[in-house]
Design a protein around this ligand. Structure first.
Ligand code: ZN
Ligand code: ZN
Ligand code: ZN
Length: 240
């Protein structure tokens, strides 16, 4: 956190150095899916050598998940293809409002601005051979999406999961779930709430994400139940 001298912000453990929340999912057929375009996208892509993105999914349009969208133009340049963007209709409206210059009819295609093709999510869909199951969750007053890819589900930014979505999560074995901090928060699970929800979902392995600077990696992981840990930047998980 800018201007903070707390133990986590001063920590030399690289797992305590956190950029904004985003994942990529590499599918069996080589399809590479990016979930959210954070303000840190360029740094993340350079650090983790992300050379290929075939589609972008959005959970919601909050700034910490959206503001790196302009960086997608580099992937347009490399593939010479427009980038398919998948989000709920309301999120697409927000994206077009926030990045109005990208969608102006006379915007300079082919280098100046990203070339995006917008698709509204209305239920499960396929990207290549990968089934993508949207999982609606509550993020305070907002309805946002998590995503399930086979036995893995990514549920960032939430503090409640409706029963209808818990049904969509049946059989999930690998789970990434929002857990912001220990103190109560109006729009994110606390670590205790997340432990309880992770227990209900019952994945074999759960990684908590969207972690605030109150939670040090090593000491928090030591306090978590078996099968649960904190995620960290650069974490790679192999899903079967
Ligand atoms: Zn701090
Ligand atoms: Zn949010
Ligand atoms: Zn967020």
């Amino acid at each position: 956190m800018i201007g903070c001298d707390c133990a986590v912000c001063r920590s030399t453990d690289p797992r305590d150095s956190r950029s904004r929340p985003s994942i990529t999912v590499q599918c069996d057929d080589g399809m590479q899916i990016l979930v959210d375009t954070t303000p840190d996208l360029r740094t993340q892509a350079l650090r983790h050598d992300l050379r290929k993105v075939d589609a972008v999914l959005f959970t919601h349009a909050h700034a910490d998940h959206l503001m790196g969208l302009d960086e997608v133009r580099r992937y347009n340049m490399m593939t010479r293809q427009p980038m398919p963007i998948f989000a709920e209709a309301a999120t697409l409206v927000e994206i077009q409002r926030t990045f109005a210059y990208v969608f102006e009819p006379d915007a300079p295609r082919g280098g100046g601005v990203p070339d995006l093709r917008l698709f509204a999510i209305a239920g499960a869909f396929c990207l290549g051979r990968q089934l993508v199951q949207p999982v609606p969750v509550k993020h305070g007053p907002w309805n946002v999406l998590g995503f399930r890819f086979g036995s893995f589900a990514y549920l960032t930014d939430c503090n409640a999961i409706p029963d209808s979505s818990l049904k969509l999560l049946e059989g999930v074995e690998y789970l990434a779930l929002d857990a912001l901090r220990r103190r109560k928060h109006p729009t994110h699970f606390t670590i205790d709430e997340a432990i309880q929800m992770a227990g209900r979902i019952g994945a074999r392995q759960t990684w908590f994400t969207h972690i605030a600077h109150e939670l040090g990696h090593a000491e928090t992981c030591a306090s978590l139940p078996a099968g649960m840990q904190l995620a960290h930047d650069g974490l790679e998980i192999e899903i079967h």
